[in-house]
Design a protein around this ligand. Structure first.
Ligand code: AMP
Ligand code: MG
Length: 364
């Protein structure tokens, strides 16, 4: 039996929207054959990292399944604590996480951080260099100037943007992996790991599931999906890519096995001022919204990489984005422009089925 699961990214503030990805999950094992006849689906959902995290674990033993679920959610909570710039209780919360500490010590001193934080920053820096700074985790001051993460968002003046931009430069971040320290040399600099932390958390959660002996699982965290193994019947998991302009519809279905699909979109977090929509993916070369794409989806074995790249490609736009990603081994992408033209990497053609809905056209 197939169950159609629609996963909503619940609104934390009114600017935070909406549905990200739709998944077809084979919940029970009718038709799975004898081998998997005793398999059961254990699922749970929790609101973590400002998003609804939903985990399906499929195994034969209830105790094992429930313990694995808990481990997966614990991983998300741990990474959220390390990376969240705006934790509940504010920055003076009793045990500040790594990003709060790093940002609080900008211009003062290096901060000792966890191995996870070092890994997230190092991978982000790798792709920052590769994309010429399209992905830049020092984007914090610019995000602040637009009010993202705060209660009120507004369009900053050009002067406010250029002041914030003078604090953005990934090349200035000093990471010492031996000592596990991170230093932002200029006062006012701040890291924002919003474009990568969820992907990293997903990879760590998958690692925990694998270590717990889980062979079939699906994790969905607001736009990021990881398919562990196959469905119980041996077929790949099927994941829908949302229509960026109609959250009820999907434009294509992906087949996934032991890989991640991460979507970035201009509809995931935005505000409106005087009839113009301002979203949360910023081009670090201008300090303003990247507007050449409305949605990007990246498929890769690593959810961390797919998360970084979905944001990076959004900034690079269709032309530079496509030529960049076509050169990356093991990485595929679907890019959608405001004109509803869809660009797909060559290696993805056999993994993708278009629904034909929504008037989207494949770019020639
Ligand atoms: P995602 O939904 O993964 O595309 O991530 C978007 C989030 O990444 C934003 O909410 C910001 O926290 C952060 N961000 C925005 N622009 C950039 C950028 N150019 N480079 C790195 N992170 C960014
Ligand atoms: Mg991302």
């Amino acid at each position: 039996m197939f169950v159609f699961v629609v996963v909503n990214l619940y609104l934390k503030t009114w600017t935070w929207t909406v549905l990200v990805i739709i998944i077809f999950v084979q919940i029970t094992c009718a038709g799975c054959g004898q081998k998997s006849a005793s398999l059961q689906d254990f699922s749970g959902e929790e609101f973590i990292m400002n998003t609804l995290v939903r985990v399906h674990v499929i195994c034969e033993d209830e105790k094992k399944g429930r313990a694995a679920l808990k481990q997966a959610f614990d991983v998300f909570k741990k990474i959220d604590h390390l990376t969240n710039r705006f934790p509940e209780g504010g920055p003076t919360a009793s045990s500040p996480g790594d990003v709060l500490k790093i940002n609080g010590s900008a211009g003062l001193e290096p901060v000792e951080v966890s191995v996870d934080t070092v890994r997230i920053i190092q991978r982000s820096q790798y792709f920052a260099r590769l994309t010429g700074g399209a992905f830049d985790i020092t984007i914090g001051p610019v995000m602040d100037s637009w009010g993202f993460g705060k209660d009120i968002q507004y369009v900053p003046t050009d002067e406010e943007i250029s002041r914030a931009l003078s604090l953005v430069d990934y090349r200035k971040v000093e990471v010492d992996p031996g000592k596990a320290t991170v230093f932002l040399p200029q006062p006012g600099m701040s890291l924002d790991l919003g474009g990568v932390a969820k992907g990293y958390a997903m990879d760590e959660a998958v690692k925990a599931l694998r270590e717990a002996g889980i062979q079939h699982a699906l994790i969905n965290a607001g736009g990021s999906v990881y398919a562990l193994g196959t469905r119980p019947d041996g077929e790949p998991w099927r994941v829908g890519i949302q229509d960026p302009r109609n959250s009820e519809d999907i434009i294509a279905i992906l087949s996934l096995k032991d890989s991640a699909a991460v979507t970035s979109g201009d509809y995931q977090r935005y505000f409106e001022q005087e009839g113009v929509y301002y979203h949360h993916i910023i081009d670090p070369s201008t300090g303003k919204q990247a507007r050449d794409l409305i949605q990007t989806t990246v498929i890769a074995e690593s959810t961390t990489d797919a998360d970084i790249l979905s944001t990076a490609l959004f900034v690079l736009g269709p032309r530079r984005g496509m030529s960049f990603v076509e050169e990356l081994p093991g990485t595929e992408a679907v890019l959608i422009g405001p004109d509803k033209l869809v660009s797909v990497t060559a290696g993805l053609i056999n993994q993708l089925t278009f629904t034909g809905d929504g008037g989207y056209q494949i770019a020639s």
